[in-house]
Design a protein around this ligand. Structure first.
Ligand SMILES: [Zn+2]
Length: 127
């Protein structure tokens, strides 16, 4: 897992209010602990980490963005599975379609507009 230096994309800084996030146990949000998260308490925005690391999965997300990320992920996963693409090639396609460097092509790092773009791209992708 590569560390991303951008403070927002690496979950260190809240994109909504600009505050520094805190690194806390997810029990604070979910009642049960699922590991650590980066959290902005004033915005109720959070993001999980890659297993076994303190590296965020992407930017901290509020409820709207969390739902959009789920939707984008489900369209994207469906697309490459149905089209018989490998996950790697699917990310390559997404990276070039969105004109974002491959290292930064992770739905967890995307904002609302980018998630909507993923959903549209997946809906219109014809092989
Ligand atoms: Zn915030």
């Amino acid at each position: 897992m590569k560390r991303v230096s951008d403070p927002v994309l690496s979950g260190q800084k809240c994109p909504y209010c600009g505050r520094k996030t805190v690194y806390v146990d997810s029990a604070e949000i979910y009642a049960l602990s699922y590991g650590m998260i980066y959290l902005c308490r004033p915005c109720n925005a959070y993001c999980g980490v890659h297993k076994g690391t303190d590296i965020a999965l992407g930017r901290v997300a509020n409820a709207t963005l969390r739902n959009l990320k789920k939707e984008a992920h489900s369209h994207f996963d469906q697309l490459w599975k149905q089209k018989g693409m490998t996950r790697k090639n699917a990310y390559k396609w997404l990276s070039s379609s969105m004109d974002i460097p491959k290292d930064l092509t992770h739905i967890g790092m995307f904002d609302e507009e980018q998630c909507r773009k993923v959903i549209n791209l997946c809906k219109t992708k014809v092989l």
